[in-house]
Write a new protein. Structure first.
Length: 286
């Protein structure tokens, strides 16, 4: 699988990242099998968070044999320095490691959260101390709200931003382009979320994909189209949804990836005119 450079750093990540929800509520044996599949496919980027159920506890033992050869990203949704270290230490223990390659402020949604993170007693100051101590290599954040993300992105030299880069949110929702442009200006890596998202679940709809809060694609062809759109933007990698089928489709598509042609870009933009994006300028929260 192709690997792309992580911004200005001498680090290269696989086009597809292993989303930690892939091992949530799986057995120890199945978790190890899924991690082994990822390693065999050339995946070296793994992303997890304490809020993903028991994903940390499942991923830690499964990833331990490969830890020195992979890029491990974790997150916290604690906005203040007080209390953040306890969660950080628990995540280290769960994941059986002594450091994280990337530690991220998780799920920024509001301007108030940005204020909290940037305050003297905020999480960002704690992250900087972790980096100085060598407990983390890089500092990043994830977000769904573009305005809040842009403000945070312009307030500090983050190494990366994890954000939805999806054909429907881009064209129909008007979300994503400003993040990509600002990140390029600041030499910040863009890591993508929701490449395989279609829309939100309807209230009466049977949720056939049990590990996605949104309605993902149903076929390999749809997955390939979504992945190609995302990887045709200047992003480093895109994190998979939680179902194994989607992860394997993404790996298949990444292995034969070619950028979208101009005519294909036009077709997707036309398709987006009838799309129901999971995020837009006016609808940002889950």
């Amino acid at each position: 699988m192709e690997k792309r450079q992580y911004a200005k750093h001498d680090v290269h990540l696989s086009l597809v990242g292993f989303g930690g929800i892939l091992v949530t509520d799986e057995t120890t044996e199945e978790s190890s099998r899924r991690v082994s599949i990822a390693i065999d496919r050339g995946v070296n980027y793994f992303d997890v968070a304490p809020t993903y159920g028991n994903a940390e506890e499942m991923l830690g033992p499964a990833l331990e044999p490969y830890r020195n050869d992979v890029f491990l990203a974790c997150k916290t949704n604690i906005r203040h320095a007080e209390g953040a270290e306890k969660e950080f230490r628990q995540s280290l223990a769960n994941l059986r490691t002594d450091h994280f390659d990337l530690y991220q402020i998780h799920g920024i949604e509001t301007e108030e959260e940005v204020d909290q993170v940037l305050a003297p007693d905020g999480a960002l100051g704690f992250f900087r101390k972790l980096q100085e101590r060598g407990d983390i290599r890089f500092i990043g954040f994830s977000a769904h709200n573009e305005d809040a993300a842009l403000r945070l992105l312009k307030s500090f030299d983050f190494d990366s931003v994890l954000f939805p880069i999806n054909w429907a949110t881009w064209h129909a929702g008007g979300v994503g382009q400003r993040i990509v442009e600002t990140a390029e200006e600041r030499e910040t890596a863009v890591l993508a979320l929701k490449a395989l998202a279609l829309r939100r679940w309807n209230a009466t709809e049977e949720r056939s994909w049990n590990k996605s809060w949104y309605r993902p694609v149903d076929t390999y062809e749809e997955a390939e189209q979504g992945l190609r759109f995302t990887l045709s933007r200047p992003v480093v990698a895109t994190v998979s949804p939680g179902n194994l089928e989607h992860f394997e489709w993404m790996c298949d598509a990444a292995e034969r990836f070619t950028p979208l042609s101009e005519s294909e870009e036009q077709e997707i933009e036309k398709l987006a005119t009838s799309a129901e994006p999971i995020f837009s300028r006016t609808v940002t929260a889950i």
